[in-house]
Design a binder for this molecule. Sequence first.
Ligand code: NIG
Ligand code: FE
Length: 416
Amino acid sequence: MKRLLINIKKLVHVEDQPVPYLRGAEMNQVKEIANAFLEIEDGKIARFGEMSDLHGGDIAGVAEVLDCEGKWVIPGLVDSHTHLVFAEPRAQEFEDRIHGLTYEEIAARGGGILNSAAKLADKPEEDLYDEAMTRLEEMIHTGTTGVEIKSGYGLTTEAELKMLRVAQRIKRMSPIPVRVTFLGAHAFPPEYKENKEGYIDLIINEMIPAVAREELADYIDVFCEKGYFDLEQTDRILAAGVKHGLRPKVHVNQFNAFGGIETSINHGALSVDHLEVMNPEDFDALLKSECMPVALPSCSFFLSIPYTPGRELIDKGLPLALATDYNPGSTPSGNLLFVWSLACIIMKLTPTEALVALTHNAAFALGLEKEMGSIAVGKRANLIISEDMNSLGHIPYHFGRNSLDRVIINGTDFRH
Ligand code: NIG
Ligand code: FE
């Protein structure tokens, strides 16, 4: 099936020579084509260029011509960090925080991740699947065209495998590419409070081998944080994951910086995520690596905690990706358009830099850079089409609003 988009006002972030990701000043210098066309064949980008290069005869064999007058065609957004499978919202904790408790205090009282784990244990797989799929469809509506899903609300072998099976089913059924991450090291379950070594042992010697044997995950994650998993425990868990073929993508530096970035990089991490608190050594470690820093500004917004210094990372010549962190505790939103606004308004990224962080670099952070993230021949036709607009900034400027005219997945319009 061929589909032709014509009269595109601007085709944004066109790549002639594909590169895995963009860093520093490159993030603001992407190629655009004004008054363009784009042809889709079998769900992939087949051809694109200026309208003047589209000759009449080229339209032969095209099933549908879509007039994009006034509209911009942009690579689909990619969300490289979510906890999409969960049992219940945690709105009570939201109210507790309004009354002055912190995220850490709520967790210390047995709320937080442990609250989600208790609820997940009793919920049937079928219901977890249906509800996560509904969330995923809502995310596609706001431009998400590729996604990561983590486990981490199980915290027993049985419940972690259950979460991963749900995520794998979503991976099979979803119209957009999904990657799955094992996050057994998300919190210590209450029964291991006085026996932390026992839980580490369970993760390393039981959970990871089972996850690998059943091929339930692509990546491994650890919540490396004070009160959760320390540096030495993170080191051992990541090493065990790598031994079983799981590449690290790690929660680090959310509340405290104590070397988690360097440890993750030492294990070949694909990305390090959060980074709200950064030491000079953390920047140095990133500069010497090929590891993607991932900022989660809607988590900072919701918890009222510092924002990742995204401007500084880019100004130092580093790459940056942006993701939602969608989860019931720290970010009950999967809306990447809102992340785009926050990146511009609070982190002072230009609309173009933020777009690269949400597409090309986000695809790299998920290992999907060969199939999506830019407009290039052969890449998946996962695209977003804006409403009529005069600048890219129109989309993040209208914060809290959906300025997309349509979302195209594998060449086809997504209908919610
Ligand atoms: O990325 N920081 C650790 N994990 C999640 C929050 C999980 C939760 O509160 O349920 C995060 O913010
Ligand atoms: Fe997270």
